[in-house]
Design a protein around this ligand. Structure first.
Ligand SMILES: Nc1ncnc2c1ncn2[C@@H]1O[C@H](COP(=O)(O)OP(=O)(O)OP(=O)(O)O)[C@@H](O)[C@H]1O
Length: 357
């Protein structure tokens, strides 16, 4: 397995890119740990597949280099990079048996017969197809075929990385959950470097130890699920992760004081907003308390969601969402307070910390 270095990578599909907008991938400069499980998460068109294809070697970046364990592989083919890939749709040999489909990548690399047999049988157990081993792949269902594709990716233990491009799209919802848990277990057991593309936050948050959030051709944050929830680096991360997403409210900041319309709050620090224009407060719906104390808000709708209530309200002319426990009483004249530790300040969409003294 390998450490992957993305060294100042940029990519434009068209010739002669002039401005930032011409790049499908703007500056990406990161190092991903050997044995890490990374999920690339973001909306359609943000550049996930472009980045994955650059890592696999299907695409040469317009600028920058890619290194595996410090070795420049930018001009090497996918095969020479020694990568396993699992795509959105199954890539298998219909005329071969299920067993032979899994054995093929190993036999190709001269693995001994006994070793092939042991690994193929283990993998058949994992993907729950042991009873189908002797059947031809033709005629299997789409999700059985995709399980074979996953097995083919995972059966080798000599690859530098395994790349997954939305591999569970064709799998039914229950099996999705099972396979995701199995992938996580396999990762723990074998320590593969895994890169997993998805636009589904549940999939990303359950699978990965580090989630790479992409937006408009950029990586806006790489973090653990807890970091993305508690300290979103960009308002997009706050909005995209969580359900409902983070509330983002226009604000003014002077020293340690924040002003939201007519209301003022005190922070425990002075955010560093020097020279910045658009200032906003980010607060997750889970950290707004609703009751009879605090700042006035007008409740517009309450959605009962089983274990919790989602309250939609207007605060200082802005729509907000609040998550309350099911037994919370919502008064007619509702008032709200923000948990001070959960307030994040954003300047031009990026999170700012306290001013350096
Ligand atoms: N072969 C191509 N030629 C020209 N433009 C492309 C090509 N492939 C992708 N793009 C553009 O590059 C941008 C990033 O696309 P990419 O497929 O990497 O995004 P994505 O995040 O993987 O989206 P999705 O989730 O829909 O697959 C998009 O604006 C897309 O239209």
């Amino acid at each position: 397995m390998a450490r992957i270095t993305l060294d100042h990578i940029r990519h434009a599909y068209g010739p002669n890119p002039q401005s930032e907008e011409d790049y499908a991938l703007r500056e990406v400069d990161h190092e991903w740990n050997d044995g890490g499980a990374y999920a690339l998460l973001g909306p359609s068109g943000c550049g996930k597949t472009t980045l994955l294809n650059i890592i696999s070697g299907l695409l040469q970046p317009s600028h920058g280099r890619i290194l595996f364990d410090g070795r420049d592989v930018t001009t090497l083919s996918t095969q020479a990079r020694n990568i396993a890939q699992v795509f959105q749709f199954p890539v298998i040999y219909d005329t071969m048996t299920v067993y032979d489909n899994l054995a093929f990548p190993l036999c190709n690399r001269g693995v001994s017969e006994a070793d092939v047999d042991r690994r193929v049988r283990d993998m058949l157990e994992i993907i729950d197809l042991s009873d189908w081993a002797k059947r031809k792949a033709r005629g299997l269902t789409a999700d059985q075929k995709q399980k074979i594709s996953l097995g083919r990716g995972l059966v080798r233990n000599d690859v530098n990385a395994i790349l997954f491009d939305e591999p569970l799209t064709v799998i039914d919802p229950h099996m999705k959950w099972v396979l995701r848990s199995q992938l996580k277990r396999l990762h723990k057991q074998f320590g593969f470097t895994m890169v997993y593309v998805t636009h589904d936050q549940t999939e990303a948050l359950t699978f990965a130890d580090k989630v790479v959030v992409m937006f408009e051709g950029q990586i806006v944050q790489i973090g653990t699920p807890a970091e993305l929830f508690e300290r979103p680096s960009h308002t997009f991360v706050g909005y995209f992760i969580g359900s409902p997403g983070m509330n983002v409210l226009p604000a003014k900041v002077e020293g340690t004081q924040i002003t939201l319309g007519q209301e003022s709050l005190q922070l425990g620090y002075a955010p560093d907003i020097a020279g910045r224009n658009r200032i906003e407060v980010g607060i997750r719906p889970e950290f707004i308390h609703i009751g009879r104390e605090g700042m006035p808000a007008t409740v517009t709708r309450v959605e009962d969601n089983g274990r919790r209530k989602i309250v939609r309200a207007t605060f200082e002319g802005q729509p907000i969402a609040i998550v309350a426990s099911e037994d919370t009483e919502i008064p007619a004249e509702a008032r709200i307070t923000f948990d001070p530790a959960a307030i994040n300040i954003y300047a031009d969409s990026w999170r700012v910390d306290s001013r350096a003294n």
